[in-house]
Design a protein around this ligand. Structure first.
Ligand SMILES: [Zn+2]
Length: 334
């Protein structure tokens, strides 16, 4: 299993919440654990994003950021993942006086601690700029990604409410990222349309978070292919934010028919109550995907992961060796 689009703050376990609540004396609220999942009648991306308020309360110290990063790495390993990229926005962790450098270092320390207990597993970090944030903080995020690029930070992202803050506002930030030669992925075409995806590509994105509203006209397809862009689908999250009506509306077949690379991810394991595994199962069920098609989706993820070619080759071999087991797990259960 592989996940390239997974938010740390949306993926805290119930045990993590309980442990940190007790340790820090922060209340979980009367309706815990119901309040950590998005409700069935969630109306929009903006409402979905409110589910991050509670986890973020716990993510304001070095100790907790380190602990939570390690915890997620270990959970993914136990679930049988062979590679993952975990993302979060360092600028959301400055409320109690941490510097951005301290936040990023804490997450790297947590990642390395977690990986020590997970032989053969690899995870990298993506630092998210936020659409609502000051340019100064987004610029600092890019600086951090550059500073720690050889220490498990593999890319920068742009997250947050895209309908309110279009990608064009962020061209200076991403020019800087491009100047540094950083890998770029951008959340786009989730709550908005294809124009936003085109802008994200102009801003240097070689992966698009969601992108389900890509218009499949000749010019858009050409642009996507010219830039070798991969789309990080997170189906359940799109249903919850009302970006898509139901699973049948996930444009997976359309993208596959046009040979546009797609991979299947969780987005938020806790907020959405899914994993990349359950999402893949759902796609197999909805679209009657064949074994070869599922293999292709995992290969897409490896080919577009933000890692060196040598690591991609190793992961491909690993995928080949574990895929029979994956397939029987994915296809046998309901
Ligand atoms: Zn996301």
């Amino acid at each position: 299993m592989i996940d390239l689009h997974l938010h740390l703050d949306g993926s805290l376990s119930i045990e993590d919440f309980k442990y940190l609540s007790k340790k820090d004396g922060i209340s979980l609220g009367e309706d815990f654990p119901k309040n950590i999942y998005v409700s069935k009648d969630c109306k929009s991306l903006e409402e979905y994003l409110e589910r991050f308020d509670l986890p973020l309360k716990f993510m304001q110290s070095k100790e907790n950021i380190e602990y939570l990063t390690a915890s997620l790495v270990k959970r993914l390993y136990k679930l049988g993942y062979i590679y993952a990229e975990i993302r979060y926005a360092p600028l959301l962790h400055l409320n109690k006086g941490l510097t951005m450098d301290e936040v990023v270092k804490a997450s790297i320390d947590g990642l390395n601690k977690g990986l020590k207990e997970c032989p053969g597993f690899d995870v990298n970090l993506i630092l998210c700029c936020m659409r609502h944030a000051d340019e100064k903080l987004n610029m600092e995020t890019v600086e951090m990604a550059n500073k720690y690029r050889n220490q498990k930070v593999c890319a920068v992202d742009l997250a947050g409410a895209e309908a309110l803050h279009p990608s064009s506002y962020y061209s200076r930030v991403f020019s800087k990222a491009k100047e540094y030669g950083l890998n770029i992925t951008i959340h786009a075409g989730e709550a908005t349309g294809s124009d936003e995806i085109m802008m994200a590509i102009d801003n240097g994105a070689i992966r698009i978070g969601h992108g389900v509203h890509l218009s499949l006209d000749k010019d858009s397809i050409k642009k996507v292919k010219d830039h070798n862009v991969c789309f990080e689908f997170c189906p359940t999250s799109n249903l919850q934010t009302k970006s898509l009506k139901d699973y049948n509306h996930v444009p997976l077949r359309d993208f596959m028919n046009n040979q546009i690379p797609v991979c299947i991810n969780a987005d938020n394991m806790t907020v959405s109550d899914v994993s990349a595994i359950s999402e893949m199962k759902q796609m197999i069920k909805t679209f009657s995907l064949t074994k070869e098609e599922v293999f292709r989706l995992y290969m897409n993820a490896i080919e577009h992961a933000f890692i060196e070619n040598s690591e991609k080759s190793l992961l491909k071999k690993k995928l080949e060796s574990v895929f029979e087991k994956y397939w029987s797990n994915l296809s046998n259960e309901e």
